[in-house]
Design a protein around this ligand. Sequence first.
Ligand SMILES: Cc1cc2nc3c(=O)[nH]c(=O)nc-3n(C[C@H](O)[C@H](O)[C@H](O)COP(=O)(O)OP(=O)(O)OC[C@H]3O[C@@H](n4cnc5c(N)ncnc54)[C@H](O)[C@@H]3O)c2cc1C
Length: 90
Amino acid sequence: MDKLDIAIIGAGVIGLAIACELALKTNKTLAVIDSSRRFGQGVSSRNSQVIHSGVYYAPEMLKSILCIKGNRLLYKFCEKNRIHHQRCGK
Ligand SMILES: Cc1cc2nc3c(=O)[nH]c(=O)nc-3n(C[C@H](O)[C@H](O)[C@H](O)COP(=O)(O)OP(=O)(O)OC[C@H]3O[C@@H](n4cnc5c(N)ncnc54)[C@H](O)[C@@H]3O)c2cc1C
């Protein structure tokens, strides 16, 4: 490949999610570049695996709004792609 339209630096959950969306929704050529030998070697592989519900933030905060939106999207993504998850109510 001589030329890329998009280079995404960092193959953590954020870089991979952006790459997935762009690959599915555009015709752009893209590459995900990481300084590690494999993807997901940063913080993304060391978190607590909680799908947060936004209860820690004031309702009007952007962080809270995005957290609630992300919560719904993530459950939907897991269900659609048959990724094991639990709705434990935390
Ligand atoms: C202890 C802990 C627990 C957490 N628990 C949760 C949780 O339960 N639920 C939740 O939703 N979130 C949790 N988080 C937050 C969540 O894990 C992070 O917000 C998320 O993983 C960040 O993803 P990222 O893709 O931005 O970063 P990363 O996963 O760190 O990915 C960044 C990538 O960029 C690469 N990189 C960096 N610099 C360069 C460079 N110069 N050139 C090339 N590549 C480079 C790295 O190698 C890495 O692969 C937790 C965080 C921590 C620290």
